[in-house]
Ligand binder design. Structure first.
Ligand code: HEC
Length: 462
């Protein structure tokens, strides 16, 4: 019962906050002669605020008995809230004795406002997670999804590459480092094997009887179903895969091929890969560490029209964008040889490069992604690219390459995606290529699909 009353805490807390804000607003308004008549209401408003504040404290303390939140976070919120309540009580007593407004009172009001904001913020962090106020619109889940790369599903380790991803996206917000609902952690092997408040959740002797599995398979609106109602649910294929993982012994290191998935599971795995690990994803590559390029060199390149940026904060590898190069661009291109080691992405979309410029690109041997779209490139130039052993993405949309050129490219060891929209390829070339190189994705149906990331710089060829 007490625990039940505690559940009202998140609702009740809004009352004292609103009431106190109103009191503070009135205090400032009565500084002006015009609003003087509000003065007599303030003591009453403060009293009501304090009343609800105490009610919030009580419900909050009951709620904190449920120890699924991290204790230090709860403590911080708790003590700030208690302090805020007392500050308002002191303030109420003090202000009632004052004959007139003083600067000290204005200062006190500022302190009180700050204290409300802090209480609210730390309380909010408990319900919504640490960085619930964040100006980045990429949330944690999206970052996770982006980083997932599964080149070959058969070689994937079922737990590490797949199961963990599902648990992270759908369970860990309540069963992880920050909160342990049901005293259960699902963010690593130890947590999963340790189980929750009712003991083990994976039963290795009778896997079908595992609590975790039962919870997943319950009707969606069952009280014990996981994830709880109204939270993001598992998809059908995620459920199938988790079930398969548990029933086949919940191994933490077996790879998929060794576990011989049946047909239904294979389909689910393919679906998983398609949903979370395919398309335009950032490839997480194991690259050799390199030094940062000197600032003077970067400036020099930028003078030529290059836009130079690091791949990520943690990685000194470079992306170079050449939309504004002086033409002909061979001189600008040659300069890139000085950052050859760092350069992994090169955007030359509609930059005016021609076949002979590709003999320079050829020497940029660390290139992984290359955009040549909207240039007068032919099969002749493509020949120069066949030795780029790290190239896994190439965009040849709106170029004059034909099937012959693409076929040459296909011998590149790392190649994964080739974009050939609006090229010399016809439908039958296209199907022939697709059939011959099943592992390489060739995008090239007749309609032009614009990637959102391209539209920023899109220029049209006349
Ligand atoms: C929104 C929060 C939330 C999410 C998301 C969530 N759970 Fe739970 N889980 C709970 C709560 C609360 C309990 C404790 C109450 C209960 O036993 O139903 C619990 C209990 C459990 C238990 C029982 C632990 C024990 O020993 O009693 C298991 C197993 C479990 N969850 C598995 C999962 C799995 C698997 C997922 C993801 C597919 C998941 N949960 C997602 C909130 C959540």
């Amino acid at each position: 019962m007490l625990e039940f009353i505690g559940k009202f805490h998140p609702v009740i807390v809004h009352l004292p906050i609103g009431i106190f804000v109103l009191a503070i607003l009135f205090e400032f308004m009565v500084l002006s002669q015009r609003f003087q008549k509000l003065e007599s209401n303030i003591p009453f408003i403060l009293t009501v605020g304090i009343g609800f504040s105490i009610l919030s404290l009580v419900t909050g303390l009951l709620l904190s008995q449920d120890e699924s939140n991290k204790k230090t976070d709860v403590d911080l919120h708790k003590w700030i809230a208690i302090a805020t309540t007392f500050l308002f009580i002191f303030y109420q007593v003090w202000r009632n004795q004052l004959a007139e407004k003083t600067y000290a009172q204005v200062l006190a009001l500022i302190v009180l406002s700050t204290s409300i904001v802090l209480t609210g913020h730390f309380g909010g962090s408990l319900t919504h997670g640490k960085d619930f106020i964040s100006f980045s619109n990429i949330n944690k889940e999206e970052k996770l999804v982006k980083a997932l790369v599964i080149p070959d599903i058969n070689q994937a380790v079922l737990y590490k590459d797949i199961v963990q991803h599902t648990l992270s996206m759908k369970c860990v917000q309540c069963h992880g480092e920050e909160r342990q609902k049901g005293k259960l952690r699902l963010d690593d092997k130890n947590g999963i094997l340790a189980g929750g408040k009712n003991g083990i959740v994976i039963n290795l002797n009778q896997p079908e009887q595992s609590e975790l599995l039962k919870r997943l398979l319950l009707e969606d609106n069952d009280e014990y179903h996981m994830p709880p109602k109204n939270k993001k649910q598992l998809t059908g294929f995620e459920k199938t895969i988790l079930q398969w993982w548990i029933v086949s012994g919940a191994s933490f290191d077996s790879n998929i091929a060794s576990m011989q998935p049946d047909k239904k599971t294979k389909l689910a795995l393919a679906e998983f890969k398609k949903t979370y690990a395919s398309g335009e994803i950032e490839k997480v590559k194991q690259r050799k560490e390199v030094n940062e390029i000197p600032a003077s060199l970067k400036q020099d390149l930028e003078k030529d029209g290059w836009v130079i940026s690091a791949i990520s904060k943690k990685d000194n590898h470079i992306r170079a964008i050449g939309y504004n190069l002086e033409k002909p661009c061979d001189l600008a291109l040659k300069k890139l040889l000085s950052i050859k080691e760092q350069l992994v992405e090169l955007k030359l979309s509609s930059s005016g490069i021609t076949d002979k410029d590709l003999s320079i690109v050829k020497q940029l041997s660390n290139i992984e992604k290359l955009w040549l779209d909207e240039n007068e490139i032919t099969d002749q130039g493509i020949k120069d690219l066949v030795d780029l052993n790290n190239l896994f993405y190439i965009n040849l949309t709106f170029t004059a390459v034909s099937k012959i050129g693409i076929e040459q490219l296909m011998s590149n060891k790392a190649l994964e995606s080739v974009y050939v929209y609006q090229t010399g390829l016809n439908q039958s070339d296209f199907s022939a290529l697709k059939n011959k190189w099943k592992n390489i994705k060739i995008y090239g149906a007749d309609t032009m699909i614009k990637m959102p990331s391209d539209s920023l710089f899109q220029k049209r060829v006349k």
